[in-house]
Design a protein around this ligand. Structure first.
Ligand SMILES: [Zn+2]
Length: 251
């Protein structure tokens, strides 16, 4: 329809056809001489070629999502009218790829809802850190960190390290208790921060120094606050990692 529309304007002019069908633009662009033209594209291609050979310059431009663009809204209304009078072009088609953006958006919304609706369970640590999941990942700007460091910091942030709790879950060790302090306590990430006689004091002292304050109530909230602050100042996270590594805390 857009190609035919160019006939109403002065021939020889230049035209740009803007469409939100990325699939159609890519498919038309990829057509090569001597290759079979996909059936749904034949009519469009023929009318384009006829104009190209007669010297009319028509360019195809893909425009992602036209929503709230006046022309698009009018085109939508026109399509509703056309549907009512039932003069729909039987040869028009939509490619499934045109739905990719909508699928992506819907999946993202569904996942976000599930993420925030869970109290505990997977990602519990992350939720308590109040990470904005709309933001890019914290390490996307940390170009000076290597992959190994990023991975290890990520493990601390999500509370999922190679400690005895995890090894016990994987049936590598017979019990989940801490082998550093010897207490009959499950060795998880919080144990190292709060309860481990071997590491808790050192970590608390390090965090107090970094935050320039003394913890009256040193508890889970304090650890979460510290990790949350670390996301705003990545040097804090790398220094914390160094202190943990120096004590051979499994990460
Ligand atoms: Zn311990």
């Amino acid at each position: 329809m857009a190609v035919q529309h160019t006939d109403d304007h002065s021939p020889g002019s230049k035209f740009v056809i803007i469409t939100d069908s990325q699939a159609a633009t890519v498919a038309l662009r990829n057509l090569q001489r001597g290759r079979v033209i996909p059936i749904p594209l034949i009519r469009t291609y023929e009318s384009l070629e006829a104009r190209w050979t007669s010297g009319i310059d028509i360019k195809l431009q893909w425009c992602p999502s036209h929503v709230q663009v006046d022309g698009n809204e009018r085109a939508d209304r026109a399509s509703v009218l056309a549907a009512r009078v039932q003069i729909i072009d039987q040869h028009s088609y939509m490619d499934y790829k045109d739905f990719y953006d909508q699928i992506r958006l819907k999946t993202w919304e569904a996942w976000k809802q599930e993420y925030w609706s869970m109290e505990e369970g997977p990602w519990g640590w992350m939720r308590r850190l109040k990470l904005d999941i709309n933001e890019r990942a914290w390490f996307s700007e940390a170009r000076d960190l290597n992959v190994k460091t990023i991975t290890r910091i990520n493990r601390i942030l999500i509370g999922h390290c190679n400690n005895r709790k995890f090894l016990h879950l994987m049936r590598v060790v017979s019990d989940p208790f801490c082998n550093l302090c010897g207490a009959a306590q499950v060795q998880d990430v919080l144990h190292f921060f709060l309860d481990c006689a071997f590491t808790a004091d050192v970590l608390k002292e390090h965090m107090e120094e970094e935050m320039a304050k003394t913890y009256d109530h040193y508890n889970e909230e304090a650890v979460m606050e510290y990790l949350g602050e670390g996301l705003k100042d990545l040097k804090r996270l790398t220094r914390l990692l160094e202190v943990m590594e120096a004590m051979d805390i499994p990460i």
